[in-house]
Design a protein around this ligand. Structure first.
Ligand SMILES: NC(=O)c1ccc[n+]([C@@H]2O[C@H](COP(=O)([O-])OP(=O)(O)OC[C@H]3O[C@@H](n4cnc5c(N)ncnc54)[C@H](O)[C@@H]3O)[C@@H](O)[C@H]2O)c1
Length: 283
């Protein structure tokens, strides 16, 4: 099987890595050669970590790299059996990708989006095959977290759901849950208001960021506090999901705090930019 992954950022590179490790040929498309090179380097680095930690043999490492193609030419996706889109959380960009996928892959088993918030139906509507368009929502870091949310639009065909479930579970070894096409799906509808309230708590001077995070780690056995988790997700992604939740439900709990807006405007996007609530420039 050959899968196309569009976007090789945080999520796309993780998805591509998991595919390659699972015996799937994978072609990653990025916007330009520089980004493509960065995506390849990120995947190689993560595979290298797998070897060092003893989870991946040298032989499997080499085989995974052989299955991986990273390119800046969209047409290199031609002939792929399925596609997973993981570009920036922007409806126009994603819509454009789905129009191009529709033309290039008329016989794909599924055209999936890893979107956290764009309605799957809006992406399906850009194609002549909305029955094969589906949400396939992975979690970060993709090689570590076992969950995939399968999101069905009102047009997604049961056969498509079967294909995606089979691929995610049997080929990639993930566990699937199924959600209808509502902003936030299952996990983010619960998680995002919690993260926003932690940011509001910090913004108000109520408590320090360290104490907020420690409170949830030591008091609730969460593996990571909400501000550190926000940094890991990416503050731009968090803001985009908050906006789509608010647009759909008008729930004040989903209003982005001013501090989050200012941080994104300043380019403080969390771990991926080197600084968010915490400084990662030396890690
Ligand atoms: N970060 C998370 O924790 C998380 C979790 C689940 C889902 N998601 C979703 O995954 C998607 C990607 O998020 P991310 O965190 O990887 O973002 P990111 O900013 O790390 O990566 C996005 C990548 O898309 C590339 N890109 C933009 N336009 C493109 C195009 N036209 N063609 C090819 N590549 C293009 C960019 O160059 C960038 O490398 C978003 O829809 C996001 O909501 C993110």
């Amino acid at each position: 099987m050959r899968v196309g992954v569009i976007g090789g950022g945080l999520m796309g590179s993780g998805i591509a890595e998991v595919c390659a490790r699972s015996g799937v040929d994978v072609t990653v498309v990025e916007v330009d050669d520089g980004r493509a090179e960065r995506a390849r380097a990120a995947i190689e680095k993560s595979l290298g970590r797998g070897v060092r930690s003893g989870k991946l043999s040298q032989q499997d490492h080499a085989a995974a790299l052989e299955r991986l193609v990273v390119t800046s030419t969209f047409e290199d996706l031609e002939g792929a059996d399925a596609a997973i889109e993981a570009v920036v959380e922007d409806e126009t960009t994603k819509g454009d990708i789905f129009r191009r996928l529709d033309e290039l892959l008329p016989d794909a088993r599924f055209l999936a989006s890893n979107t956290s918030s764009v309605p799957i139906m809006k992406l399906g509507a850009q194609t002549k095959q909305p029955g094969r368009v589906v949400g396939m929502h992975f979690f970060n870091p993709v090689p570590v977290l076992p969950l995939v949310e399968i999101v069905t639009s009102i047009m997604t065909e049961p056969e498509t759901v079967g294909q995606v479930r089979g691929f995610a579970q049997d080929t990639l070894g993930k566990t699937c849950i199924e959600s209808q096409d509502r902003a936030g799906f299952i996990v983010n509808a619960l998680l995002i208001p919690y993260l926003l309230s932690a940011i509001r708590m910090y913004e108000s001077g109520f408590a320090s960021k360290e104490d907020i995070d420690q409170g949830m780690v030591l008091g609730c056995a969460h593996p990571m506090g909400p501000l550190r988790l926000s940094d890991l997700i990416g503050l731009d992604t968090l803001l985009a999901v908050a906006r789509s939740l608010y647009a759909e439900f008008r729930d004040p709990a989903s209003v982005a705090p001013a501090l989050l807006n200012r941080m994104v405007e300043a380019g403080l996007l969390g771990r991926k930019s080197g600084r968010g609530f915490y400084d990662y420039s030396t890690s």
